[in-house]
Design a protein around this ligand. Structure first.
Ligand code: SF4
Length: 701
């Protein structure tokens, strides 16, 4: 088909935060095929199976093609957009009138473009009086945000993908880029420095198998291990004293704290030999360009923020930041997790300002041409508090946009019963078949990737362009158009008169970003993003005047100046938190959850629509069990087993494999049942759920 295309264009992929460029092959205005873009600085001509199949999932029979309203018999029935908008607005107003404005909340996503995030947050919070709203980024990146803000003074991942190729020592903590971020892993494979690759992970993941050192520690012992490594680095004087003195604060407290983490004690508690810890520490201490990378193994933890900061501490004290091949680098999950962090006006105000600051509210109001009185002085409740609000009867209506909490939220059965208690549940999604949409009172059908415009921000802070290369099916509308419709029916059209199309909103975002660390005032519109292969923030007017074209790769902190007022980064430490649900004689196995294969994505809302992707992973849920445990429990490979926790009981096929240690098991998060047994507990600083530690027992079915 691609040979028949009459033109091509490039757009950023809409799955993961790598942000690959895809070349769309277009005939008569419609994309008929795609290939990875060879001339894009992110992926250099590569794509993973999800990217290759990005168009296929748009053609599914499960697409929501018309608004649906639940009738008195409990069935979802097609209705017109007029009735859908009227119903939505009336229901929200009714609930607010009866229970107060704070009784309506929204849950959004890291999957829609920045401009739609910006519109949603502004409409809900500055026009509709909805105080509480959060995104599913709370489930993936909130920990990194909290850690960076406290340590650097701003949520600022410092790296660029070139660092994968420039390091001579790469440390992956709770990260499995081989399958989670496969194109980033391809960048590692292009590294010509014969690098040391250290993986810190309780599971022998694909990345661990490809490493030069695997520290297969006990689940949730990572903070102690990182402190022991820090202690060894200090004791053996692998410290960049000049950098520490000039650019950080808190070194004495750090040294005193980590001195408590002696090798012998930590080795026993982590289940990693002293020699292995020292070998890893020495590789870090002697490396010329050391980069440390983390994802959900760190973020989805009840002490995730402090663990992320322990990683940041190591980069700071060894001076591994701001230079090629270095950094304390959080890899984001979703294609626009960072856009959600910067623009959704949930717990942070538009452009990562502070709701609590009057000066910030005035600045944002001016950028938006809105009355400052419409901007609240408090941020939203976090996701977990919103769910708790539903339980307590404080939240009576929920508006869910492009996310699937009935599958993905921790302790899923509890969440599903809570969603059933709502007076009104509206779900805005591409598919009417998600677990959450099936519970909805009203479904608003939305266009997906490839059917609308906007920008995504990838893990290395790069704005990439999303393009409309397909018509959305039936009556489905871009979320942008749905938000415009709601604004109109709410009576707020005038307030959003300037928000005519995504690029107009991008210009508003640029105004609001001025003088922030994420300043993008220098970008000359969508056309320049397109021509440059994406543009990393910051790119200020001043930058643009000094250099005509943004360089393809830039990292932060090259001058050693951080975003705290004194310009110094903070070295932050804390005590170890006991595991909330340790194993016991009744529940002797620690269950880990995570990404299963390269072909699955989150709750499979999209990936299960592709026959090709479905062929690349098991359709039935499976659980990895250590061979010695399996032998003891008389379980054979392929047997159906029962997995029970204090929350519930599920069944899956046994995958007997040495990827997990004895007393541990692993289940992919993509199956509908996995979160029926996970334990509802959170990192206290970020509010991120801790998905990777719940005690279970496993028996043959
Ligand atoms: Fe898309 Fe991520 Fe795959 Fe790249 S690695 S093609 S961004 S899903």
């Amino acid at each position: 088909d691609s040979l028949a295309a009459d033109t091509t264009t490039t757009a950023t992929c809409g799955y993961c935060s790598t942000g690959c460029g895809l070349r769309l092959h277009i005939k008569d205005g419609e994309a008929i095929g795609l290939t990875p873009e060879t001339n894009y600085p992110v992926n250099l001509g590569m794509a993973c199976p999800k990217g290759w199949e990005a168009l296929r999932v748009l053609d599914s029979d499960e697409r929501a093609t018309t608004p649906l309203l639940r009738d008195s018999g409990g069935k979802l029935q097609p209705i017109s957009w007029e009735l859908a908008f009227e119903t939505f607005v009336q229901k929200v107003r009714d609930v607010q009138a009866k229970h107060g404005p704070d009784s309506v909340a929204f849950l959004s996503t890291g999957q829609i473009p920045c401009e739609e995030m910006a519109f949603l947050g502004a409409l809900a919070r500055f026009a509709m009086g909805i105080r509480h709203g959060d995104g599913n980024t709370r489930q993936c990146m909130a920990t990194a945000v909290s850690a960076y803000k406290e340590s650097f003074g701003f949520d600022a991942p410092p790296f660029t993908y070139d660092d994968f190729e420039q390091s001579d020592c790469l440390v992956f903590i709770g990260a499995n880029p081989c399958i989670g971020h496969p194109i980033m892993w391809e960048r590692v494979l292009r590294n010509r420095n014969n690098p040391e690759i250290i993986v810190i992970d309780p599971r022998r993941t694909e990345t661990a198998m490809a490493s030069t050192q695997h520290l297969q520690l006990r689940p949730k012992s990572d903070l102690a291990l990182l402190y022991a490594i820090t202690n060894w680095l200090i004791e053996n004087d692998h410290v960049d004293h000049e950098f520490v003195h000039s650019h950080t604060r808190g070194f004495d407290e750090l040294r005193e704290h980590v001195a408590k983490f002696d090798l012998g004690t930590v080795s026993k508690s982590c289940g990693v030999s002293e020699e292995s810890i020292v070998r890893a520490a020495r590789s870090i201490g002697t490396g010329k360009a050391v980069s440390l990378w983390w994802t959900m193994g760190v973020n989805q933890s009840y002490e995730g923020t402090r663990t992320a900061q322990a990683i940041i501490n190591i980069a700071l004290i060894t001076g591994n930041i701001g230079k090629p091949g270095t950094g304390a680098n959080s890899i984001t999950g979703q294609c626009n997790a960072m856009g959600s962090r910067l623009w959704s006006s949930t717990t942070n105000l538009f452009g990562h300002h502070r709701f609590e600051s009057e000066a910030d509210r005035i600045k944002v109001a001016e950028a938006l041409n809105m009355d400052v009185d419409c901007i609240p002085s408090q941020g939203s409740w976090k996701y977990d508090r919103i769910i708790e609000g539903v339980r307590r009867g404080e939240i009576k209506a929920l508006w869910v946009i492009a996310t699937n909490p009935a599958h993905s939220w921790i302790d899923q059965s509890d969440v599903c019963s809570l969603l059933g208690k709502l007076d009104f549940l509206a779900v805005q999604d591409m598919y009417h078949t998600t677990e959450t949409a099936r519970l909805a009172d009203l479904v608003l059908p939305s266009a997906g990737w490839g059917e609308k415009e906007g920008t995504f921000i990838n893990s290395e802070r790069r704005y990439g362009l999303l393009k409309k290369v397909r018509r959305a099916p039936g009556q489905a509308l871009a979320d942008f158009q749905i938000l415009k419709g709601i604004a109109h029916y709410w009576g707020a059209a005038e307030q959003f008169a300037e928000w005519t199309d995504p690029e107009a909103v991008f210009r508003i975002m640029q105004r609001a970003s001025r003088d922030q660390p994420c300043d993008i005032t220098g970008i000359d519109g969508y056309a320049e993003i397109d021509q440059c292969g994406g543009i990393q923030w910051p790119w200020t007017e001043h930058d643009a005047q000094a250099t005509s074209r943004p360089p393809q790769q830039r990292r932060l902190f090259a001058d050693g100046r951080f975003f705290h007022d004194d310009g110094k980064a903070r070295l932050i430490v804390d005590d170890i938190t006991p595991m909330p649900e340790p194993t016991s004689s009744e529940y002797p196995v620690m269950l880990l959850t995570g990404r299963g294969t390269v072909s699955q994505w989150h709750t499979q809302t999209r990936t299960r629509q592709s026959p090709v992707l479905k062929m690349l992973y098991p359709q039935e849920a499976y659980i990895e069990i250590n061979p010695v445990d399996a032998d003891q429990w008389e379980i054979d490979h392929g047997d159906l087993v029962i997995i029970e926790s204090r929350r519930g009981r599920i069944q899956a096929n046994a995958n007997v494999t040495a990827t997990v240690r004895r007393g541990q098991a692993f289940m992919p998060m993509h199956y509908e049942i996995t979160n029926q047994i996970t334990l509802s507990h959170f990192d206290p600083h970020s509010g991120q759920p801790s998905y990777k530690d719940c005690a279970v027992r496993i028996t043959r079915s």
